[in-house]
Structures are given as C-alpha cells and as structure tokens.
Design a protein around this ligand. Structure first.
Ligand SMILES: Cc1cc2nc3c(=O)[nH]c(=O)nc-3n(C[C@H](O)[C@H](O)[C@H](O)COP(=O)(O)OP(=O)(O)OC[C@H]3O[C@@H](n4cnc5c(N)ncnc54)[C@H](O)[C@@H]3O)c2cc1C
Length: 421
C-alpha cells in the first residue's frame, strides 16, 4: 500500500493550488492512526498516514487476533466512549461491505465481593446481572470461592475484535477515501512550517519532508521518545513488554470454551493480578488468558526471549486456582506472543493538542495503557476532529469527557488523575 514518493506529492499539491501537501498528516499506523486517517479522509481531508515499519507489523501494540471490547470499566467515564466506539465499529464494518472484525460474546466480571473495582465494573456495565450459579455455567469452567461476586452481561456490544484485521480494515477504508499510506517511513522530526505558510513540516529518516496543515501523532510506545525529541515535552508514558498467552484447553472441554458455544470474555479482579481472557476462537483447542501489565521496556531494544517477566507464572497460578478442570498449565502456555502497553501513571489516555509552539496544529493520541484498542474508531474520530475543527464534537455529543485526558494533568502531579477506587 506504499504511495508515490514525496516530491510528486508536493508537486501535485502545488499544482492543485494547495498551500500544504496534506491537510492532515498522521504519524503511526496502529489502530489509532489508521482510524484517525480514515476519519480525516472521510471528512474530505487530504490525509497522509506514515508508518515506520511494514504495515500490519507485529512490533507495536495493535497486532494479533483478539482484543476485548467491553464496557465493564471501573471508571464510569469510559463506558460512553466504549458505546461511541461500538457504534463506529459497526459503521466501519458496514462501510467495508459487511466485513466482520467483531465477534459478539457475553461478558463476565468476577472478583472478591470486597473489591471495589469489581463492584464498580459491574455497576458500569450495561445489562450486567449478578449470577449465583457460575459453577454450573459453561460446563462448570469456573471454580469460584465463597465471597466472590460474578456478573454476566449478555448485551452491551461486548466481544472480541480481530486486531490485525481491524487495522487492515481501517487502512483499506482510509485508502478508499483517498488517504495516502506510506510504510517503512520513519518520522524523525516535526517542526513548525514557515512563518508565512504555517502548518507543520514532517521529516523522515530518509530525508523526505511533508508539509501538512495539521499533524496527528499516534506512535504508541514510541510516544515519549518522539514527543520529547520534537517538542521537548516529557510525556509520562512507560512502555511495558507484555505477552499474549494461549493455553491448551483440557481434552473434552474444547467446545465449552468457544465463542460459538457462548463462552464469555472475562475479567477477574484478583488483587494483585487483573486477569482477562477471550474465548477460544482464533486457535482451536486453545484459550487466551492474560494478565494486565508487564515489565518496563525500551521499544527499540526489547528482550523478546525473557522480556515478559513472570506474567506466565502469574496467569498459571490464576488458572490453577479458578479454572483447574478446563485449562492445562503444565508446561506453560502453548504460545506466547510479545506485545507492548504504553502506560500512563493513572492508566488514562493522553488525547490533547501538543501545545507550545505547535499550538493546536499537532494533536497527540497516546498512553492507551493496555485498554485502547476497543476505543480505536472513537479515538480516531476525536483526533481527526481536533485536528480539523479544533474540537471534538462527536465526543461531546456522545457524552465522552476529554478533560481527564489532557497532558497538563501531570503538571506538578506526576501520578495524574486521582482515582476514586
Ligand atoms: C497483549 C495486549 C492485549 C491487549 N488487550 C486489549 C483489549 O483486550 N482491549 C483493548 O481495548 N485494548 C487492549 N490492548 C491495548 C491496545 O491494543 C492498545 O491500546 C492499542 O493497540 C494502541 O494502539 P496505538 O495505535 O496507540 O499503538 P500501536 O499499535 O503501537 O501503533 C503505533 C504505530 O506507530 C508506529 N511508529 C512509531 N514511531 C513512529 C515514527 N517515528 N514514525 C512513523 N511511525 C511510527 C509504530 O510502528 C506503530 O505501528 C492490549 C494490548 C496488548 C499489548
């Protein structure tokens, strides 16, 4: 999907009487950048999407075959964004001719009744109802101790998103709307355009330059590095090396744990481990069960062999405690795939204008803290509107509060937003 080289782009823009090569230049083609490029191009903007690696590579955060979409958030400010995203996921599937990237499943939240987090997540999930027969559901897959609470939601748009397919879908839709997409193009600089012309100039490691009216930066785990180097701004976003773990389902139980049989995505709040899972779907006979988080890493020099730390041991411990009859832990996970989180101290996103000399010409979407994928289409729309209109009207209409995503929440306050729980 590589585009024409830079010089013809600039020449074509100049010939058409445009002051800029592009209206919106998006840096980083993970889910956020791909959705932002699609949203901008859908509004008629001349959009350019730049990606440093091959498209759909596996070195960032948006690859693989499963991400949960769920509104069972402990923080009540997120469900409106999930609902907006769910609507936009459906719109995108329809726009792409009925392609399916979302498999709907029930949603299960469980944890000790003493956990404020599990209670809040149940309260905030649409249609979640406490169940007292968990041991009898799904072939008795869960062994839940006394004092635990479990709630199931059969609606609310929860399910499993095929991550790589979803990124591909948005890139293809963006391209159809006229966006130019360039891979193997690393952005190394963003600077103000000349005083008389304004806008921004985006430079690449190959020495190319693109002039844009606006720029959206969605570079995932590289956000702190890039923003520091182009604007001198410190974003407290820590990359974590995390793992996607697939476990073998014990013989005879393979079907019970499938999405097709109605097995849920689930989240277990078991201090100190937040364990989550998607039903058996993409790898028959296996189920993905993971632990939220991972050890800090440098995105440019990760340890792909042992970088995941003790995540697999912690998940195995959880499985042996709560799903011992259905999932095999002997020998460890059958497959482990590396991935990255971009953690903020408060685990809230960063969605804001970069400010400083860039004012409202550069918008940043970063720090998605291991829970951003489901929000991709909503975040992309918000970033595109901020770049093009200076405000995100869709967010306001959907009741999505953006105030707690601002960069200045960290000013003199390294931990960011206070949490009620
Ligand atoms: C194991 C795992 C499980 C997860 N599970 C869930 C889940 O169930 N539900 C959920 O909602 N979220 C989940 N997440 C989180 C979600 O996947 C991320 O929040 C989301 O993918 C972040 O997308 P992004 O576009 O910000 O980052 P990325 O996908 O990393 O995209 C950033 C892109 O920018 C590119 N880039 C970087 N620097 C440059 C540069 N200088 N020039 C050009 N391009 C550049 C990178 O190569 C990359 O392609 C999970 C994450 C992981 C790792």
């Amino acid at each position: 999907m590589a585009a024409a080289p830079a010089a013809p782009v600039a020449a074509a823009a100049a010939a058409a009487g445009h002051r800029f090569d592009f209206d919106v230049i998006v840096v980083g083609a993970g889910i956020m950048g791909s959705c932002a490029a699609h949203a901008a191009a859908s509004r008629g903007a001349r959009a350019l999407l730049l990606e440093r690696f091959d498209l759909l590579h596996g070195l960032g955060s948006s690859h693989g075959e499963s991400r949960t979409i769920r509104d069972a958030y402990t923080d009540a400010r997120y469900p409106p964004m999930v609902r907006l995203a769910a609507r936009l996921w459906a719109d995108a599937e329809a726009e792409s001719g009925g392609r399916r990237v979302l498999t709907q499943t029930p949603l299960l939240s469980l944890g000790p009744r003493s956990s404020a987090e599990v209670l809040a997540s149940i309260r905030n999930a649409a249609g979640a109802e406490e169940v007292d027969d968990l041991g009898a559901r799904w072939g008795g897959a869960f062994r839940v101790p006394d004092g635990w609470v479990a709630a199931v939601s059969e609606r609310g748009g929860s399910g499993v998103l095929n991550a790589t397919e979803a990124v591909k879908m948005f890139q293809e839709l963006a391209s159809k709307k006229g966006a130019v997409i360039r891979d193997n193009t690393e952005v190394v600089g963003i600077r103000r355009g000349p005083a008389e012309g304004g806008g921004v100039v985006v430079t690449t490691s190959a020495g190319e330059e693109f002039r844009g009216a606006k720029c959206v930066v969605t570079v995932g785990a590289w956000a702190s590095k890039l923003v520091k180097s182009v604007a001198g701004v410190d974003l407290p976003i820590q990359p974590l090396h995390t793992m996607v773990l697939y476990w073998r389902i014990k013989p005879g139980h393979e079907r019970e744990l499938t999405a097709e049989a109605g097995f849920p995505t689930f989240s277990s709040y078991w201090d100190p481990h937040h364990v989550y899972s998607t039903p058996s779907l993409e790898r028959p006979g296996m189920i993905k069960i993971n632990c939220h988080g991972g050890p800090p890493c440098d995105p440019d020099s990760r340890d792909f062999v042992s970088g995941g730390g003790d995540v697999a041991e912690r998940v195995a411990q959880w499985i042996d405690e709560f799903m011992p009859g259905h999932v095999e832990t002997a020998g460890g996970p059958v497959e482990s795939l590396p991935c990255m989180y971009s953690m903020t101290p408060d685990e809230d996103f960063v969605i804001d204008f970069l400010g400083g000399e860039f004012g409202e010409d550069v918008v940043i979407g970063a720090g998605f803290s291991g829970h951003g994928f489901k929000m991709g289409p909503a975040v992309g729309r918000i970033l595109a509107e901020m770049a093009m209109d200076g405000e995100a009207r869709t967010a306001a209409e959907a009741g999505v509060e953006l105030g707690h995503f601002r960069i200045n929440r960290f000013d003199g306050n390294p931990m960011g937003n206070a949490k009620d729980l």
